[in-house]
Ligand binder design. Sequence first.
Ligand code: NAP
Ligand code: GDP
Length: 309
Amino acid sequence: MKNPEKILVTGGSGLIGSALKRLKVPNAIFLSRKDGDLTDFNQTLKIFKKHKPTHVIHLAAQVGGIGGNSMHTGEYFRNNIMININVLEAARLTDVKKLISFMSTCIFPDKCEYPLNEKNLHNGPPHPSNFGYAYAKRMLEVQSNAYRNEWGCNFIVAIPTNIYGPNDNFSPTEGHVVPSLIQKCYLAKKNNTDLYVWGSGKPLREFVLSDDIGKLAIWALKNYNEPSPIILSSGAEVSIENLVKMIAKEMNFKGKITLDSSKPDGQFRKPSDTTKFLKYKPDFKFTSIEKGVKKTVRWFIENYPNIRK
Ligand code: NAP
Ligand code: GDP
């Protein structure tokens, strides 16, 4: 009898991991740091030998927004490169059939041809605000292809844009813009203060709800086999100004919104090329930012103060 598929999800307690749990993927094992530290190779190999997965969705990473990334360039570089080296090596040694891992459009060259295309990933240095994270993450594609060439590993890589959703990291200082602003808005309302938005409010970002990425991770694990990565995005850009208005509306915040120009804008925009994605998934419907923000705000309010912060 053929062995059934067994999917190991590293980083299963995080933002995308929780979305995968909600999708009730059969035969999936969800790991968190409690199961072992993936920056340690012996612990990583032990986990793989224990569970013997046929498939891996590799999500574990040290992840943050512009604040976390620029404050901890060394930590983000070291932890991410070690986690990735260990996870892919343990997967190779235990004969995992297929593995998907995740980079991000924020690791593309700062000065890049727009829209961002999979082919241009290594053609220049990343934005200085996240160079530690970016260089570590770029190596996922290098390691996956090196392993594919020498050992025939079917290791694929996806590139999502800015993800948000239930169980996000709502830290006002280190989280991504959507969860940070949700918690900041909550606190401003509670304390009767201004809502401070970082930068000029002008930058543009492409946002995608974690539930959409969860569905696409499963799809890619089954159907995508190219050595080159695939960008996962709707291609719709939203300005930070408009995002703030949506969050303030959903939070019923009537106070003053103040731009804090002492804080960075980061890269002005990172529009992505969705040509490859649309070739595979022409009918995929991304959740609109309005619906996604509503869902995330509702989750935040229902779960506060038991949130990741
Ligand atoms: P997340 O919510 O921050 O979750 C990170 C996960 O990694 C948690 O389950 C955490 O476990 C685990 N982890 C961290 N360090 C670990 C270690 N040393 N050993 C074992 N586990 C460890 O991350 P996410 O937002 O779901 O991101 C998932 C993937 O998508 C990452 O590879 C990220 O780079 C990529 N991505 C994210 C975004 C985004 O906007 N969030 C955008 C593009 C790409 P604990 O819960 O136990 O700490
Ligand atoms: P990025 O998309 O990788 O740059 O990361 P973020 O999710 O942190 O988004 C950063 C963008 O949102 C920048 O243009 C920031 O100036 C803007 N922004 C505005 N307010 C905040 C905030 O409270 N937290 C974060 N992380 N970004 C903010």
